[in-house]
Ligand binder design. Structure first.
Ligand SMILES: N[C@@H](CCC(=O)N[C@@H](CS)C(=O)NCC(=O)O)C(=O)O
Length: 219
């Protein structure tokens, strides 16, 4: 098996890449990043000193950033489910939605969680307020955008949905999606029902006690 994914099952960005791998049934070796395994942590740090995961290794090639990993898989290890349309103009729409979910759902969500891990005296209440406001604005925009759409860019599951799935999953745990945003909530449910993402969620269940804000008893 040539592909190795350095990842952790509870990580949203890893779930993004895993959803793409599971969509296509792509075989790979899961290299679990565990702090009690210094050997694997050292291997990972050598591969990618930035130390953000997931990281994909394909022979002597190291691929970083979840979106790029998914695009790389489509180019070098394509499966039955293309996650980026062949038409470059349609692909631009998918990439645009992918950026939306990374920058305006995941980034503020992670900011809130990261703040909760700081010592009380070092917390950034202003930054957390900004992040919560960004999530509200992003939910509102997405609710309008999802009108008439099954997936992020219409009828076809894509790269953008691979990211939307874990990011909306954790965003709702962190800053609840208001019931007024019914389309966003329904989209999150559709993502949870997608077998590829459902598998990633199931594999991460044992780690729920790690969620710093307390994982809700649902999903
Ligand atoms: N831009 C990266 C972000 C990856 C990322 O932030 N991963 C988190 C896990 S969900 C991480 O590496 N956290 C470790 C840390 O912040 O030290 C991507 O798209 O893959």
């Amino acid at each position: 098996m040539s592909l190795k994914l350095y990842a952790h099952p509870f990580s949203s960005y890893c779930q993004k890449a895993l959803t793409a791998l599971y969509e296509n049934g792509t075989p790979f070796e899961f290299r679990l990043l565990a702090h009690d395994d210094p050997r694997i942590m050292a291997e990972f740090a050598t591969l990618w000193p930035i130390k953000r995961f997931p990281v994909l290794v394909d022979g002597d090639r190291t691929v970083t950033e979840a979106s790029i990993i998914i695009e790389y898989l489509g180019l070098y290890h394509p499966g039955p489910v293309p996650l980026l349309p062949a038409d470059p103009r349609a692909a631009l729409e998918v990439r645009s939605m992918d950026r939306f979910f990374d920058n305006y759902i995941s980034t503020p969500q992670q900011r809130i969680v990261a703040d909760s891990l700081r010592p009380a005296a070092e917390r950034d209440a202003h930054g957390v307020r900004e992040a919560r406001a960004m999530l509200d604005t992003a939910y509102a925009w997405l609710d309008k955008t999802m009108a008439g759409r099954e997936w992020a860019v219409g009828d076809t599951f894509s790269l953008a949905d691979c990211g939307a799935a874990p990011f909306l999953f954790y965003a709702d745990w962190t800053h609840a999606i208001d019931p007024a945003f019914a389309r966003v909530r329904a989209y999150r449910e559709r993502l949870l029902a997608r077998p590829s993402f459902a598998r990633a969620v199931d594999e991460a269940r044992p780690y729920r006690p790690l969620f710093p804000l307390g994982a809700p008893d649902r999903d």
